[in-house]
Structure formats: structure tokens, C-alpha cells
Write a protein that binds this ligand. Structure first.
Ligand SMILES: NC(=O)c1ccc[n+]([C@@H]2O[C@H](COP(=O)([O-])OP(=O)(O)OC[C@H]3O[C@@H](n4cnc5c(N)ncnc54)[C@H](OP(=O)(O)O)[C@@H]3O)[C@@H](O)[C@H]2O)c1
Length: 248
């Protein structure tokens, strides 16, 4: 089957492309480094020729609600329009557990993305996942000041990006299914602990301070809003197994 992967060079996108190719699918990557700008739409219609399903794992690194909403709205509208013109039969979007209950700027864009996909003319599937294992390293890089890392008090349920990619390709191989069961990691972890263990695994030194973030989003980070419910599916690779593999 011919698949297009929007954001196929990103953290989860590289795994989506790898899994799809391992299973014998023909893959076209939609990203700026592959010559397609999903925000302006440049290069998109040519890339869509013969595509049967689109997996959207494009993203932006902003925490601004305005910027995130503008990004996900433009990307989703452009993808859906190009898919309709090319008679693509399946649009799959990767979203995040808890986006509609946790008021975070980036999540505003994800809520907009989901609502455009649901209202769109292309048959769709939406998978929500929890944070990837990589999140601990990303947050550590953003929140470190010299040897001190200031990490929000947060309960996470990290999952291997590779396992999310495998689920996305399973779904792409089936008919459009609407919103499917959420996918979370095998266990709940405290983000500050994850950062400490990740730093140890890669041989980095320093102090990790855990700080409660005020406001509704801070509460959502602490109270389990961002982890899965009992009806969800779970991956197998633990954060420590993933960290050990990174260290090797
Ligand atoms: N990170 C997490 O923990 C997590 C958890 C659950 C769900 N998700 C969701 O998973 C998806 C992927 O997240 P990620 O962390 O893997 O993203 P990421 O590493 O930041 O990668 C973003 C991708 O989007 C592409 N991109 C950005 N702007 C573009 C543009 N204007 N035109 C074309 N491509 C563009 C980038 O490629 P170029 O730079 O080459 O354009 C890159 O391939 C997102 O929808 C996110 O909400 C993330």
C-alpha cells in the first residue's frame, strides 16, 4: 500500500516510516526537509499521487495556543484538501491523551486538529497516545540551567515511539475506525524521576528539582489527566529499558 507520512522525519515519524517500509509499504515523506511545506501546502499535491492513506505525525514545538492552533489548522486543512483531490481513502492523526481536559497552549492546537479531522470529508482514524520516552530528555534540555534541572511535578505514562508507530501502521492497514482506544506506556512514572534516571543512564550529572506548576494545567499534570484509563491499550517497553538502550 502507498502511505504518506506527514512529519516522517520527526521523533515518532522516523519510526512510522521505518515500520511501514519493514512491512513492505511504499512510503512518501511529507516534511520540509523532504520538500513539502504542510503549512503553506507547497509540494503537497504532487506528493499525494497514488497515496491510499496519510499518517499525520507532523508537529510544532510551540507552547503558544495561538501558534499551535494556527499550525495544526493549516496542516490539517491542507492535508485534507490534498487528500480529497487525490481520492485518498484514510486520514490518520496522532493525538495526545488528555488534550481536552488539560489547558495547555500546545494542546489547543491538538483539539483543533482533532475537530477538523472529525468534520472533514476524508474517512479518518484518531489515535491518542501518552508522552514518548524521549519526552524526559526533551524537557531536561529545555529546563536545565547549568547543572540544575527544574522539572514540573507531573505524572506521565511514557511509551516507546516505536510502539506508537507500530500501532499507527496497524491502523493504516485497516479501514478508517474513528477514535480508537488510547495507547499508553506500561507504567506510570513521575517526570522528575524519569529525568533523574535518564541523566544517570546517559552519564550526565546535576541536580533535578521537582516543582509544582500553578494553575489548571499544573493540576492536570499532577492529577493523572495525562495518563490512560482502564479501557486503554498499553505498550511493553518500560522507560528504564528504553533509557538503557539509549545509553548503549
Ligand atoms: N512528543 C510526544 O511525547 C507526543 C506524545 C503523543 C503524541 N504526540 C504527537 O505526535 C506527533 C509527532 O510529534 P513528534 O514529537 O514526533 O514531533 P517532532 O519530533 O517535533 O517532529 C515534527 C515533524 O513535523 C515536521 N514539520 C514541522 N513543520 C512542518 C511543516 N511546516 N511542513 C512539513 N513538515 C513539518 C518536521 O519535519 P521538518 O522539520 O523536516 O519539516 C518533523 O518531521 C504530534 O502530532 C504530537 O502531538 C507527541
Amino acid at each position: 500500500m502507498k502511505l504518506a507520512v506527514a512529519g516522517g522525519t520527526g521523533t515518532v515519524g522516523v519510526h512510522v516510516v521505518e515500520v511501514a517500509r519493514e512491512r513492505g509499504h511504499d512510503v512518501v515523506v511529507l516534511s520540509r526537509s523532504a520538500g513539502v511545506d504542510l503549512v503553506t501546502g507547497a509540494g503537497l499535491s504532487d506528493a499525494m499521487s497514488g497515496v491510499e492513506a496519510v499518517v499525520d505525525v507532523a508537529s510544532t514545538r510551540t507552547v503558544s495556543a495561538k501558534e499551535s492552533t494556527a499550525f495544526f489548522a493549516a496542516v490539517t486543512r491542507n492535508l485534507l484538501e490534498a487528500e480529497s483531490a487525490a481520492c485518498v481513502g484514510h486520514h490518520l492523526a496522532l493525538s495526545i491523551v488528555g488534550i481536552d481536559e488539560a489547558p495547555h497552549g500546545y494542546y489547543a492546537g491538538k483539539v483543533e486538529q482533532e475537530s477538523l479531522v472529525r468534520a472533514g470529508a476524508v474517512p479518518w482514524t484518531i489515535l491518542r497516545a501518552t508522552q514518548f520516552h524521549e519526552f524526559a530528555g526533551q524537557i531536561r534540555a529545555q529546563a536545565s540551567f547549568g547543572p540544575v534541572s527544574i522539572i514540573p511535578k507531573m505524572v506521565s505514562q511514557p511509551i516507546a515511539a516505536r510502539e506508537v508507530a507500530e500501532r499507527l501502521i496497524d491502523l493504516a492497514e485497516r479501514s478508517p475506525a474513528g477514535r480508537v482506544a488510547d495507547l499508553g506506556g506500561p507504567r506510570e512514572e513521575r517526570m522528575a524521576e524519569m529525568v533523574r534516571r535518564y541523566a544517570r543512564a546517559i552519564g550526565a550529572r546535576g541536580l533535578v528539582l521537582e516543582v509544582p506548576i500553578p494553575g489548571a494545567y499544573g493540576r492536570a499534570m499532577r492529577d493523572g489527566t495525562l495518563v490512560t484509563t482502564t479501557e486503554s491499550d498499553h505498550g511493553l517497553q518500560t522507560f528504564d529499558q528504553w533509557s538503557a538502550a539509549q545509553a548503549r
